[in-house]
Design a protein around this ligand. Structure first.
Ligand code: C2E
Ligand code: MG
Ligand code: MG
Ligand code: MG
Length: 282
């Protein structure tokens, strides 16, 4: 009977949920250990490239977790688990510390490389976040304008007053503010105008179809125009082929990121590409 099927379905569903939450608990324990030992979680850096000159405009730090038994676990799988607990604050602190240490190391080699860090909703809304950033900048001696933070529309809109206040305090330190995954959230034009922003990052879902789909291309073009009219730098994420890069150049988009240009890579490889572009310019 239907009722019986529903019961079975329900049982199967709830068993699945139990397995899920067990897996999450195990993962959480492993994450706590990883944050304690501090060597399993590292950062890769993906270049942001100027479309008109081909030069490196900065990098985005992306977290990588190598589990001692399970191997690499992607941020999409472990960050939501962290976000559900206060452990996210320790994670954010570690990521910022590593990213700023790297910016410092590049400075010591004579390279000013802007580094952007993704910040989760919970960390952005944490009242002590801007002062933690200020302390880390002081400790490392990295100028505030070499640090960027990437936040989503969703984060901002979940508590606009708190978020806007935090963004103003960060910006007063010189920190650059990017809206990540732009276009996927429910941003209102009003907020976009009121926010203290430096950069819009157009989500890959729009970018990936733009060389084949007129609608996608029109959306990207009008977003670039909107960003420019607001005085923002516009970045396209997820460029995987040459036609997409050409289309972005035609539209006048400022910066590009994607596997076609450069994949996320260890800091040492960024140094190599810096060296190569220095040679190319010389
Ligand atoms: P995101 O900030 O939008 O980062 C872009 C994601 O797209 C990265 O995935 C990057 O590796 C990937 N990507 C770059 N170019 C291409 C491309 O051409 N094609 C495709 N298909 N993908 C491309 P990743 O590293 O797995 O990170 C996923 C998300 O996890 C990030 O999205 C960000 O929201 C979050 N994340 C990563 N690191 C951190 C972190 O340190 N803190 C926080 N709070 N979130 C992070
Ligand atoms: Mg990002
Ligand atoms: Mg993004
Ligand atoms: Mg994205």
């Amino acid at each position: 009977t239907i009722a019986k099927q529903q019961r079975l379905g329900f049982r199967r569903f709830s068993a699945g949920r139990t397995e899920d939450s067990n897996a999450r608990l195990t993962l959480l324990g492993d994450l706590r250990r990883a944050l304690d030992t501090g060597d399993e979680i590292t950062l890769h850096y993906q270049p942001k490239v100027s479309i008109s000159t081909g030069t490196l405009a900065g990098v985005e730090a992306l977290a990588r977790w190598r589990h001692p038994v399970k191997g690499p676990i992607s941020p999409g799988d472990f960050i939501p688990v962290l976000e559900a607990t206060t452990l996210i604050h320790r994670f954010t602190q570690q990521v910022l510390t590593q990213a700023l240490a790297q910016a410092r190391a590049w400075l010591n080699l004579g390279h000013r490389v802007p580094v952007a860090v993704n910040i989760s909703t919970r960390s952005l809304l944490d009242a002590s976040f801007p002062s933690r950033v200020a302390a880390l900048l002081r400790q490392t001696g990295v100028p505030g304008d070499l640090l960027g933070i990437e936040v989503t529309e969703y984060s901002i809109m979940s508590d606009p007053n708190t978020a806007i206040d935090a963004l103003h305090r960060l910006r007063a330190l010189g920190v650059k503010i990017s809206v990540d995954d732009y276009g996927t959230g429910y941003s209102s034009m009003t907020y976009l105008r009121l926010l203290p922003l430096d950069e819009l990052k157009i989500d890959r879902s729009f970018v990936k179809d733009m060389s084949t789909d007129r609608g996608a291309r029109a959306l990207v073009a009008s977003t670039v125009e909107l960003g420019h009219n607001l005085g923002l730098t516009v970045v396209a994420e997820g460029i995987e082929d040459e036609p997409t890069l050409t289309a972005l150049a035609e539209i006048g988009c400022d910066l590009a990121q994607g596997y076609y240009l450069a994949k996320p890579m260890p800091a040492g490889d960024v140094a190599l590409s810096l060296l190569r572009s220095a040679i190319a310019v010389a």
